[in-house]
Design a protein around this ligand. Structure first.
Ligand code: T46
Length: 145
């Protein structure tokens, strides 16, 4: 059984991550099941994003993710089938938790920005819902049960 109908956008919050500072710069460590409530099975990052491009436009059945603006800034548009909200990320010590069943669109990347992602599962295309009308049907069905 997957978690696609378990979460709403209220469950997608910006976490304040640790920042260890000294005069030579900063370090932000993130450990699975410590700073975030899942084990990290995969790390990937989006970079060299051409101006005006967007990423995402899908939801996941089971994946939990933490998105970090490791450099620069971008906006994350979130939707749970009912409500929407937009989160602006521009600090490497903030991370946006995105839960299963949340449609996301990542837009307005600043030049040279890097979106670092920590994921709870290895990559599988079977975990994606890439069709928006299918997504709406899945969430609507859940809301009427
Ligand atoms: C998400 C946002 C933030 C892989 O082979 N392995 C991977 O781990 C990933 C993430 C992607 N891919 C392949 C699958 C596609 O052929 O890379 C290609 C582009 O993937 P996608 O169109 O899903 O990329 P984004 O940037 O739209 O979405 C990605 C993640 O897929 C998604 O989970 O939340 O970044």
């Amino acid at each position: 059984m997957h978690d696609v109908n378990r979460f709403s956008i209220v469950d997608c919050q910006v976490l304040q991550l640790p920042k260890i500072h000294n005069r030579a710069g900063n370090i932000t460590p993130i450990q699975g099941l410590t700073e975030i409530d899942f084990e990290i099975k995969r790390v990937y990052y989006l970079y060299d994003i051409p101006g005006g491009e967007s990423r995402g436009a899908h939801a996941h059945y089971a994946l939990h993710q933490l998105l970090i603006a490791a450099s620069g800034s971008f906006e994350v548009e979130l939707e749970d089938g009912t409500d929407k909200k937009t989160i602006f990320l521009n600090r490497p010590y903030n991370g946006l938790l995105i839960r299963p069943g949340i449609w996301r669109n990542i837009v307005n990347f600043s030049s040279g920005s890097i979106c670092l992602v920590l994921a709870s599962e290895k990559y599988t295309e079977h975990d994606y819902i890439r069709d928006y009308s299918e997504y709406k049907t899945i969430r609507k069905t859940a809301n009427t049960l």
